[in-house]
Write a protein that binds this ligand. Structure first.
Ligand code: GLC
Length: 812
């Protein structure tokens, strides 16, 4: 060392660190409008403003004469923009739309957003950048600021006081509040203050940071490479921001109904006979199940698009036999392709130039399960197409769902991912991995979704992914990666999945029971009770851990698990309805209370209970040996789902919860729908349903409504109108209640003749129901139409024909 010049390497001299000077725009020199783009030129840099609608605008920093206005794939193409009125005064350039006013300061480029009443909603004080290419926006925050969104992050619901990084990362270490980056990156921050909420979306797939901790009365959003390209999304309500954000980045496409069932996984079910036995166990034990996963051991030496011939001698036969039992197989597919010149996928990938390379031309190789592997460059449409088409291998075996894992991409090295200077082709605009890292998982799942869809004859594919970026919701469900069988991880899954829902990712859930470490009987019960109401419901566990199939802890525990998995199946019509709503409006399926009760100060950070849709409140037990808990009921009257007991809301109550009870409450004046218990979603194709009407009163003030969406649950025929919408309305009257049903649309006809209604403990007893005969409970059970009162529960049961339209008057 001493005898070369390296001995005097500058790094060894211990020179003082030179203070970096961060630059800002300087004052505005001129501005101009060009095709609806407002170009504002500063002394040192420029900003482009585009109004996408009256409540949304894009703000992009650029150099040179004209900005590159392309976006990442997160943003859906859209044709219309909105034209604000523009005025210029001494101080500001002022943009006015029908809902907001945006002031761009001509001295400093400070950006202020006001609402219609002139109230300040948001203020970006400065944007500054370092000579090394990082950019930072500094935004005002107030005493009462609350922060949500940011996708898959640890810690509590309200992100005030937290700091996070967007950099898709494979984190096997226990997920702790201090972990700043997990597998998914959704650079969307929701800021709620008083009665106004807005969102800022930073469309940058490189590393970015959101810091709500370090700057006192300000928060920052910054990126270390690439462009500072933000979208301001106005509310005023949280729901409005979600609606606008998901209109911009897309909503879920309706999954096949089977994907809403219970899924069973383990790393790994090792061979065909183990898988078949598992399926038979579910059926023999009457525990509903729709999906079994095949983890990496199904492959031949971890080569994707292969089955190991010894472990799985007849995959096609196995898959078809399972399908007859109502069980689908979802195999794992990782991006790493084993370096093996005899392996056709690798050979073709090299020969057709599909793998990521360095600038100098060498293929990038990294170590993952198969050993040395190459990684497809999904940023190139040609490669995405190739990868998608490879899935014909799976569809030809009868497979309809794929599990994408390790797609951060994860690599077994100290960086945990691909070298940052690997070049992505990016459809003719080459960029480094450092700049595009967070897109890798999204592009892989998009290619997979599209390839599967091409080969499924109009049936809906299901894709599960670990990594993603904004827009991933259009292609895949997301599970929250390698959690552990810790009570703390069960509790943390609630705010994590709730914030994912607020960030446009409604179809999400954790590994139920915990992946790593060893589950226990109680933990599995409590987690399954909660998981039964999570949008994505899969039990998965790691190699070498305590088994956690539902029967792993004896008959008593098995019984409780059977009941709750069964409960999910009975609630499928309601869940599917919520999935449909999510696909139309972007509203999450499970919701933090703040979404429905934004003015209730008790719920700003409430995340040990959640809502399913708007009206069902779930309060899981998330500590061991705990058989009672405090539950916060927001305003209104709430019915205990199990006992029917009424509670006045706006306060906490103490609820008993023995091991077989998940505390659940239904809001009075609401309707929920339940279907029949079944062993798998397509079982018997019996679509019989019961609408449960809560807290009916014979008074004008009482109204309740429900719109039930139905379709075949399997194909895309719904896109061509083959679905139905059944509107149920209940209106109180001084001397009774009017109950009506009407199909607003009925091009899908469900398999049933009758509809059932239950008035759950109404506050009056009808003396008659005009047009319906009073019959006995036994007659009802035999399928006769009519009505009856259940003396024991106080419920009124009604059974009618499932016709186009009808109405009944219940008289006091
Ligand atoms: C990763 C996944 C996990 C999977 C394992 C083996 O750790 O997150 O779910 O079981 O890889 O494929």
């Amino acid at each position: 060392m001493e005898d070369t010049s390296e001995a005097i390497h500058p790094d060894k001299a211990g020179l003082p660190v030179v203070q970096e000077t961060w630059n800002s725009f300087g004052h505005m020199i001129r501005w101009q409008e060009h095709n609806g783009v407002y170009l504002c030129y500063g002394e040192r840099s420029h900003a482009a403003l585009i109004f996408l609608s009256d409540g949304e605008f894009r703000f992009k920093v650029f150099q040179g004469e004209y900005p590159d206005l392309s976006t990442t794939i997160a943003i859906l193409p859209r044709t219309e923009t909105s034209q604000p009125e523009v005025e210029e005064n001494e101080e500001n350039l002022v943009f006015t739309t029908s809902v907001i006013q945006v002031l761009l300061n001509r001295q400093t480029f400070a950006l202020t957003v006001l609402d219609k009443n002139g109230q300040e909603i948001a203020r970006q004080e400065t944007v500054s950048w370092s000579p090394r290419g990082a950019t930072n926006g500094l935004f005002n925050m107030q005493e009462g600021s609350h922060f949500y969104g940011l996708g898959e992050k640890s810690s509590f619901l309200d992100k005030r006081g937290e700091r996070y990084t967007m950099w898709n990362t494979d984190v096997y270490a226990p997920h702790m509040p201090e972990i700043e980056a997990l597998y998914e990156s959704i650079p969307l921050l929701l800021h709620m203050q008083g009665e106004t909420t807005y969102g800022i979306f930073l469309d940058n797939p490189g590393r970015s940071d959101f810091d709500m901790r370090s700057h006192g009365v300000a928060y920052t959003i910054g990126c270390s490479t690439g462009e500072y390209d933000i979208y301001f999304i106005y509310g005023p309500e949280l729901k409005d921001v979600i609606r606008r954000y998901t209109a911009m980045t897309g909503r879920i496409s309706l999954p096949p109904k089977w994907a809403l069932g219970y899924h069973q996984s383990r790393y790994s079910y090792m061979n065909q006979s183990e898988v078949m036995q598992l399926a038979r166990d579910f059926r023999e034990k009457d525990i509903p199940c729709d999906v079994i996963y095949l983890d990496i051991h199904y492959m031949e030496g971890y080569r994707v698009f292969t089955f190991d011939k010894i472990r799985f001698p007849d995959p096609k036969g196995m898959i078809s036999e399972l399908k007859d039992m109502g069980i689908r197989i979802v195999p794992i597919v990782d991006p790493g392709v084993k370096k093996d010149p005899k392996y056709p996928v690798y050979r073709e990938g090299v020969q057709e130039d599909h793998f990521c390379r360095y600038l100098e031309g060498d293929i990038y190789f990294g170590d993952v399960w198969p050993g040395t592997s190459a990684f497809p460059d999904f940023t190139d449409n040609r490669t995405a197409e190739w990868w998608g088409q490879l899935h014909e291998y799976y569809t030809s075996l009868g497979i309809e769902g794929i599990w994408n894992d390790m797609n951060e991409p994860a690599v077994f090295n100290t960086l945990k991912t691909m070298d940052l200077d690997v070049i992505h082709k990016n459809n003719g605009k080459p960029m480094t991995h450092e700049e595009l890292h967070n897109l890798y998982g999204l592009l892989m799942s998009k290619a997979t979704y599209e390839g599967m869809k091409d080969h499924m004859n109009g049936r809906r594919p299901f894709i599960l992914t670990r990594a993603g970026y904004s827009g991933i919701q259009r292609y895949a469900a997301i599970w929250t990666g390698d959690n552990r069988s810790f009570w703390e991880h069960m509790a943390m899954a609630i705010p994590m999945v709730l914030n994912m829902g607020l960030s446009g990712l409604p179809f999400a859930g954790p590994d139920i029971g915990g992946f790593a470490h060893h589950t226990s009987a109680q933990l599995l019960v409590r987690w399954t009770q909660m998981g039964a109401f999570f949008p994505y419901c899969r039990n998965h566990s790691s190699l070498g851990t305590t088994r956690q199939e539902p029967w792993s802890f004896g008959e008593q525990i098995e019984g409780v698990l059977r009941e709750y998995i069964g409960l999910r199946y009975r609630w499928l019509p309601h869940l599917y309805n919520l999935f449909h709503e999510a696909s139309q409006t972007g509203m999450p399926i499970i919701r933090p209370l703040i979404l429905e009760y934004p003015r209730d100060p008790q719920v700003t950070n409430l995340c040990d209970q959640f809502l399913v849709g708007a009206d069902v409140l779930i309060a899981p037990i998330y500590r061991p040996d705990t058989y009672c808990r405090a539950v916060y009921l927001p305003e209104g009257i709430w019915h205990d789902y199990w006992t029917g007991e009424r509670h006045q809301g706006g306060k906490h109550i103490l609820v008993d919860a023995p091991l077989d009870v998940l505390p659940m409450f239904i809001r009075a004046s609401s309707i929920v729908v339940e279907g029949s218990l079944r062993q798998y979603t397509g079982d018997q194709a019996d679509d019989s349903i019961t609408f449960h009407i809560y807290g009916a009163i014979a008074d004008d003030s009482f109204t309740a409504a429900y719109s039930l969406y139905e379709d075949d649950g399997e194909t895309f025929a719904y896109e061509n109108g083959k679905h139905s919408k059944l509107d149920i309305r209940v209106q109180g009257e001084t001397d009774g209640l009017r109950l009506s049903m009407r199909y607003a649309h009925r091009e899908y006809v469900a398999v049933r003749d009758q509809l059932r209604f239950t008035l759950r403990q109404p506050e009056f007893t009808p003396s008659e129901i005009v047009g319906l005969e009073s019959i006995t409970l036994d007659d009802l059970a035999e399928g006769k139409t009519g009505w009856s009162m259940d003396e024991q529960s106080g419920d009124i049961l009604i059974q009618v024909l499932d016709t186009e339209q009808n109405e009944w008057i219940l008289k006091v």
